[in-house]
Design a protein around this ligand. Structure first.
Ligand code: QV4
Ligand code: CA
Length: 511
């Protein structure tokens, strides 16, 4: 009996690293700024059938309405209360989304903004998504309620009250991040209000949380809150399930605060991943794809089972946060598909696919002056996501997760789940290939000349459809066919001018 209890305990204390996706679903998608009604529809019509494991949603709690500039996306990172009431929808619409997505096996992860409330410079009043009054200048947020006692002003030791130096771990936690009034997470009352908010979401049925700005909170304070959270809702999760936790900690090295300090609470976002992959695919700084043979911990990343990985995120796709110019986004479509394809084929980390909206960039001295532009809207009301006959999205939504190459690589990752990284090959430059046991194989040509090579795939003999150039449908391939012979070898030819210079085959794409 003792041994069983030990197993039970071990099982539970590891659960915060597990996303609780349905078996065979291994990626999530960030439907940035989508309305709850549209996410519910997308779960049912697309994400469930295509094997997506879950959705990261934008912060669902009431935020400040910023009118200068006009309704920037980042107003949602300025909380006013924990009422579930934003431009994405109200609490009933949120509940409906969580129920409908869970009912088709697609999980919901909430972007939890719990380090701070709104900007200190925002004027007092009721300019908020649910009409609640707030006065950041006097630290008055009566809709929670929070008052001056509940903020770190007295604890912060810097002259300005702002974070002035990232080399000082204490001020990074205790002072204001870009003027956002900093909550005193050391206080039981504040911890209880945050736990109340997160428990409301857990009881509705969410599977876990992205903890925003985790670097700016003491790991122990986060843990104190997580320890008081309810188990997940047994309507959809097994008894005793704990919320999946992934903490936003930007750690590119060179600062005292590291991702590993937060491992006890859950996974962390590995920002080195997208920054390095972008550099390699752009062939900057002498980087080349043949160096990717030890990708993962070999490149100094956190352990795979503590990593949440992505090619770009809502910040660095527009120059906010970390990653810099090397970050690949939908604007760099051809390289972007290669990057997302590589991420989804490689075993490292738990993968998140970005799904964006379009905006007109306007580079002034290397900075996008339009980096603030919010979601497609009609006079502030977020536009619905329309679906075109060719399955792409309209109304300004990019829907990268619906691009054939990306959608099919989400399925590839599901098919090869649990298989080892095998049969690596490279040409010493930017032509590489690798397999996942006997379930999948992928080949890239990022050189300025064509690739033509016979490789050991590890796959059973047969004819396979390339899932990048097309699909397997009605027992045939709409794109390239690959013939694997009885010794597991196959010939691959990829022109350097191909629309998508990579080929991927797997057990489910076999004719
Ligand atoms: C301005 C001045 C301040 C001044 C303040 C007074 O810059 O010096 O004190 O006014 O009010 C917006 C504006 C910013 C403004 C601030 C407060 O851009 O100019 O400060 O509001 O009014 C997003 C955006 C920020 C935005 C913030 C709040 O990126 O630009 O600030 O939302 O609206 C670090 C962190 C990391 C963080 C990253 C962006 O370690 O955690 O910066 N990433 C997360 C989110 C990100 C969000 C926040 C954190 C804050 O991913 O989207 O910032 O919740 O690396
Ligand atoms: Ca803080």
């Amino acid at each position: 009996m003792k041994f069983f209890l030990l197993l039970l305990a071990v099982g539970f204390c590891w659960a915060q690293y597990s996303p609780h996706t349905e078996s065979g679903r291994t990626s999530i998608v960030h439907l940035f700024e989508w309305r709850w009604a549209d996410i519910a529809l997308e779960c049912e019509r697309y994400l469930a059938p295509k094997g997506f494991g879950g959705v990261q949603v934008s912060p669902p709690n009431e935020n400040a309405v910023i009118n200068n500039p006009s309704r920037p996306w980042w107003e949602r990172y300025q909380p006013v209360s924990y009422k579930i009431c934003t431009r994405s929808g109200n609490e009933n619409e949120f509940k409906d989304m969580v129920t409908r997505c869970n009912n088709v096996g697609v999980r919901i992860y909430v972007d939890a903004v719990i380090n701070h409330m709104s900007g200190s410079g925002v004027s007092a009043g009721t300019s908020s998504t649910c009409g609640s009054y707030f006065d950041p200048g006097s630290r008055d947020f009566p809709a929670v309620p929070y008052s001056g006692w509940d903020f770190n002003d007295g604890k912060c030791k810097t002259e300005s009250g702002e974070i002035e130096n990232y080399q000082d771990a204490t001020q990074v936690r205790d002072c204001r991040l870009v003027g956002l009034v900093d909550l005193a997470l050391g206080k039981d009352y504040v911890r209880s209000k945050i736990a109340e908010y997160l428990n409301n979401l857990i009881d509705i049925g969410v599977a876990g949380f992205r903890i925003d700005a985790s670097k700016h909170m003491w790991p122990g304070d986060i843990k104190a809150i997580l320890d008081t959270l309810n188990n997940l809702n047994t309507r959809w999760f097994s008894e005793g399930s704990r919320a999946f936790i992934y903490q936003e900690v930007i750690d590119l090295g060179g600062e005292p605060i590291t991702g590993s300090e937060y491992f006890g609470n859950g996974r962390v976002t590995e920002f080195k991943y997208g920054a390095k992959l972008g550099t390699v695919l752009r062939k900057w700084n002498g980087e080349k794809m043949s160096y990717l043979n030890n990708w993962g911990e070999g490149w100094g990343f956190v352990p795979s089972d503590r990593a949440l990985v992505f090619v770009d995120n809502h910040d660095n796709q527009r120059g906010h946060g970390a990653g810099g110019a090397s970050i690949l986004t939908f604007f760099d479509a051809r390289l972007y598909k290669m990057g997302v394809g590589f991420m989804l084929a490689h075993p490292y980390g738990f993968t998140r696919v970005m799904s964006s909206y379009r905006w007109d960039r306007n580079f002034v001295n290397g900075q996008d002056a339009n980096d603030w532009i919010g979601p497609p809207n009609n006079d502030g009301v977020i536009k619905e996501v329309t679906i075109n006959p060719d399955t792409t999205c309209g109304n300004g939504w990019v829907c990268e997760h619906r691009w054939r190459q990306i959608r099919n690589m989400v399925a590839f990752r599901n098919v090869v789940d649990g298989q080892p990284f095998t049969n690596w090959w490279d040409n010493g430059s930017n032509q590489v290939a690798f397999g996942r046991g006997n379930k999948g194989f992928i080949v890239f040509n990022n050189d300025d000349w064509s690739l033509s090579v016979t490789l050991q795939t590890g796959l059973p003999a047969g004819t396979y459809c390339d899932v990048i150039s097309g699909d397997k449908s009605d027992g045939n391939c709409t794109g390239i066919k690959i013939y694997v012979s009885s010794d597991g070898k196959a010939n691959f030819s990829i022109s350097n001018s191909a629309e998508d210079p990579f080929i991927a085959i797997h057990a489910d794409s076999k004719l």
